[in-house]
Design a protein around this ligand. Structure first.
Ligand code: HEM
Length: 91
């Protein structure tokens, strides 16, 4: 996302977004917001030190990962244990 793109959105207010003309938000403040957004999203200035990013999509992929792998592993262990009970071995 470029500075121009962010500035344009603040002036035009896409869809339900309010507009931020210079009378309500001075140019300096808009520049500060753009600088902040650019800083926080710049990988070089703000590298990601975390572990697996899982596509950086947030809770959606994290939840999916949790359900598939964590729950999958737990179900697998439960099946493995259940198959080794005396009751399961008899039949
Ligand atoms: C001043 C701070 C803000 C900045 C820098 C900003 C920036 C942006 C940008 C870059 C877009 C994408 C425009 C595009 O698709 O080309 C956007 C869309 C949008 N913004 Fe904001 N925004 C701000 C404040 C707000 C506020 C306060 C609201 C609502 C109360 C809002 C609601 C929306 C909505 C509804 C969209 C359209 C979403 C869509 O396309 O699906 N924004 N904004």
């Amino acid at each position: 996302m470029s500075a121009k793109h962010i500035y344009e959105a603040m002036l035009t207010g896409p869809q339900n977004m309010p507009t931020f003309p210079d009378s309500t938000m001075p140019l300096q403040q808009k520049q500060d917001i753009i600088a902040y957004v650019e800083h926080t999203t710049n990988q070089a200035k703000n590298p990601n030190y975390g572990g697996l990013t899982l596509g950086s999509l947030g809770p959606v992929t994290e939840g999916l990962f949790g359900w598939i792998f964590a729950l999958g592993a737990l179900i697998g262990i439960a099946i493995w244990i259940a198959a080794r009970t005396p009751k399961a071995k008899k039949s």
